[in-house]
Design a protein around this ligand. Structure first.
Ligand SMILES: Cc1cc2nc3c(=O)[nH]c(=O)nc-3n(C[C@H](O)[C@H](O)[C@H](O)COP(=O)(O)OP(=O)(O)OC[C@H]3O[C@@H](n4cnc5c(N)ncnc54)[C@H](O)[C@@H]3O)c2cc1C
Ligand SMILES: Cc1cc2nc3c(=O)[nH]c(=O)nc-3n(C[C@H](O)[C@H](O)[C@H](O)COP(=O)(O)O)c2cc1C
Length: 585
């Protein structure tokens, strides 16, 4: 701590006063000195005959809790923006993660904004699960003293669109909460509706709660995707960085049933300071051939402006029930049944009634093209101003058509031809290595789920972390799909990787997955966890993460010789401890 400068003997005080003041100032902490300086400034201002008006009494600051439930950071970013806007308006906002909050705590606040994402098939984000279940339970508290509003984040491509936000909103109302603004359900382009919701809700809250605000029109919300606040001029989804592709290697063998690539991009000059665990957002381009097919089906072949919008800006693949209804209305045709939508895309819809939309109608029908995210598979300490990605090309057949994933095929098949990817950072504060380099880590990452763990291992190696590292990897075939095989085997040889378990599902008659490898290693796994290891899961959300979760519960029950409820309580405790972290998609 810097010591305070003492009063000189020339100060306009008697010698004994100087000694007394020096005694106080010299021993004061920085906080006490700051207080003293404010106090003296206030005394001075009050006695200053030049001060025309007395200082205004401090505005009454209305407490406001902004509660978010997030998996990949969007809701947290919106909550952060709401906090900034609320603070500007004179509220006293407090940001709160559902992971660390209970319905009883929520019911005890007077002003509550809830921002919640939906995951899985209408499920809450993992860390919000306890809160969500407790809120829906019969034992949930009454919310009679709470004014509240809900913003729901989701994706219309999912059947259970914004289900979690919707249910939270309805539940709090049923429990007696006073809704101050209607819920807004946001699709993937959530920024503008979220912005409007923040604006409106704060104004209503201000009217109802009687906050003294300066000027409600001053809210300007700039969105950043992600949990923390990057530099003002860091690349964003709207203004991504054009990164040069420096490496592009197919890792899965030519006889593999999957197509997975290692792609390195240069971030030189980008101002992107990523940490292991973060993802890179990629702004993709649609397949020009599909854009041409859409032009033909909509009767606009040759419209070059429309073509470029279809490639660069609009989502020409995802098909939602809303779009099907809008299309039927625009063309005077029948709305297709819900089952018809499964496995179909925009092109299939347009072909139901070809050439019937104006180009404006087509543009309104289509959603904006959302970015895709890829876990960063490197550490800056090891690779410098680069980021490595591991991308599996999505290709499948449905309803007689060959279809391909927009971004994964753009990145792996098209972008590398002109050598550029448009990227921005999507930080993930909730998927970080332990701060303590001695803590052991267990990393479960089958398929592309291994990506962040390559970053973790590079980082642990670079900082000389002595904690043990255990990797569980799985894929289809050992010979074709062992991604980063040589590196992983070298890490085993030189001791960075303490343990490696693999599961190749198609190498034996019965399917073997990472959860089976986990079960086989249950005794060691339990010991590692008891010794304080942090456990990470990355990769497929639909099946793998659920199966691994179930395997963990079975292991805790088996090894801890306890019943299912006790095993669940133990895993919950590990999660609350920040030692069970998932990044699943
Ligand atoms: C935080 C995060 C990290 C990620 N990290 C990685 C990573 O490291 N590596 C990686 O490869 N991906 C990763 N992903 C996934 C990635 O973002 C994309 O979702 C993925 O590449 C597919 O995008 P796409 O544009 O190629 O496919 P899209 O154009 O989005 O198509 C995918 C859609 O096609 C449909 N579909 C796919 N297969 C079939 C089928 N067999 N039958 C019928 N319909 C089907 C489904 O509707 C599916 O949603 C991550 C995602 C998140 C959220
Ligand atoms: C694997 C996965 C499953 C999802 N499931 C749903 C869903 O069932 N319903 C929905 O409305 N949105 C769903 N979404 C979309 C997310 O809610 C959306 O991306 C949201 O912006 C994420 O917010 P978050 O970053 O705060 O977690 C899903 C997204 C992913 C990647």
């Amino acid at each position: 701590m810097k010591s305070a400068p003492l009063l000189p003997t020339s100060a306009p005080f008697a010698a004994d006063q100087i000694a007394a003041l020096n005694g106080v100032i010299g021993a004061a902490t920085a906080e006490q000195r700051a207080w003293l300086s404010g106090f003296l400034a206030g005394v001075q201002a009050a006695n200053d005959p030049r001060a025309a008006t007395p200082a205004a009494p401090p505005a009454k600051r209305i407490p406001l809790t902004i509660l978010f439930g997030t998996e990949s950071g969007n809701s947290e970013a919106v909550a952060n923006q709401a906090r900034k806007a609320a603070a500007k308006l004179g509220f006293a906002p407090k940001l709160q993660d559902m992971a660390d909050f209970t319905p009883a705590q929520a019911a005890s606040v007077e002003n509550l904004l809830v921002i919640a994402a939906t995951w899985g098939e209408g499920d809450p984000p993992q860390r919000a699960q306890d809160f969500y279940e407790a809120l829906l339970a019969d034992t949930a508290p009454r919310f009679e003293k709470t004014r509240y509003a809900v913003l729901a984040l989701g994706d219309r491509a999912y059947a259970q669109f914004c289900e979690v936000g919707r249910r939270i909103d309805e539940r709090i109302a049923a429990l007696g909460g006073a809704r101050i603004a209607d819920r807004v359900d946001c699709d993937v382009d959530y920024e503008t509706p979220a912005n409007g919701w923040i604006d409106q809700t704060l104004q209503k809250l201000n009217e109802e709660a009687g906050a003294t605000v300066s000027d409600a029109s001053v809210i300007h919300v700039d969105f950043v995707r992600g949990g923390n606040e990057p530099d003002a001029d860091a690349p964003t989804r709207a203004q991504p960085f054009g990164a040069t592709i420096t490496d592009h290697v197919r890792l899965s063998g030519s006889r593999s049933t999957s197509e997975t690539y290692h792609v390195a991009v240069s971030l030189e000059g980008a101002g992107i300071q990523y940490e292991p665990g973060d993802a890179l957002g990629v702004v993709p381009r649609n397949d020009p051939e599909l854009a041409d097919a859409v032009l033909v089906a909509s009767g606009h072949a040759g419209d070059t402006a429309l073509r470029s919008a279809l490639i660069e800006r609009l989502d020409i693949t995802t098909l939602t029930a809303n779009q099907a209804a809008d299309f039927a209305r625009m063309t005077g045709t029948e709305v297709p049944p819900a089952e018809w939508l499964a496995g179909r895309q925009v092109i299939d819809l347009l072909e139901r009634a070809p050439g019937r939309l104006s180009s404006e109608q087509l543009s309104t029908l289509l959603r904006p093209l959302p970015p895709r995210y890829y876990s960063i598979a490197s550490s800056r300490k090891a690779v410098g101003e680069e980021a490595h990605l591991l991308v599996a090309a999505v290709r499948y057949q449905s309803h007689g058509r060959a279809r391909s994933g927009v971004a994964s095929v753009d990145i792996t098949q098209r972008s590398h031809l002109d050598g550029q990817l448009k990227v921005f950072l999507r930080p993930n504060q909730h998927f970080r290595l332990p701060a303590d380099p001695e803590r052991a880590v267990i990393m479960i990452g089958p398929g592309t789920g291994v990506a962040p763990f390559r970053g973790f291992l590079q980082e642990r190696e670079a900082i000389g972390a002595v904690g043990r590292n255990w990797l569980l990897f799985g894929h289809r075939n050992y010979t074709h799909d062992f991604l980063y095989q040589t590196e992983i085997q070298d890490w085993i040889k030189d001791g960075l990787l303490t343990r490696l378990d693999v599961a190749f599902s198609r190498d034996q008659p019965e399917k073997r997955y990472v959860q089976h490898a986990l079960w086989d290693a249950r005794r060691e796994l339990y010991t590692w966890l008891k010794d304080g290891a942090a456990l990470y899961v990355c990769g497929d959300a639909n099946q793998m993460a659920k199966d691994v979760h179930a395997a963990l519960l079975r292991i805790l029950a088996d090894q801890g010789q306890q019943d299912e409820a006790a095993a669940k309580a133990e895993l919950d405790a590990i999660r609350r401890d920040g030692r069970y972290l998932r990044d699943v998609y």
